[in-house]
Write a protein that binds this ligand. Sequence first.
Ligand code: AMP
Length: 173
Amino acid sequence: MNLVKLIRDVPDFPKQGIIFKDITPLLKNPKGFKSAINQMAKAVAVDENKKFDKIVAMESRGFIFGPALALKLKCGFVPIRKKGKLPSKTVREEYQLEYGTDVLEMHEDAIAKGENILVVDDVLATGGTAKAVCSLIEKLGGKVAGLCFLIELSFLKPREKLSVYEIYSLIKY
Ligand code: AMP
């Protein structure tokens, strides 16, 4: 199934000059959403020997694709949240935004040393968020075994920041 038709371009959202990739037409289409999850599962299964212990995803839209893919791949799910939202002890990583910085947190008992982790999100844009997520995983001794995205904005060159990792994306712009 061709998923490109189910992604809506919204110009100038959230601000002037940004073309927002709106995935809600895909999500409301049951065949489209199912196909997206199946295609993500297939994309990360290129190496049959590579098994993932856990999927890590960041709020907000990573929480749509991450858990669905975790059920399909039969692995655990770990949420990454913005500062102050997780109730137990956390590790944290500050990362650069266009203006200023932000902080991501993950529970410190979320990942055991040596576990193979797959990072999942809807859109890979500059790669800044994904890089911060990988740092959190590595702080706990996890191994980033791959990153999977529905959409990659390759014109923003996110792979330059993430060159040491295996990246799987379904749709590239
Ligand atoms: P980045 O850190 O630049 O890779 O941005 C990643 C986050 O911002 C992802 O979680 C995306 O959901 C969101 N994002 C960035 N650019 C876009 C865009 N053009 N359309 C939709 N979401 C975007």
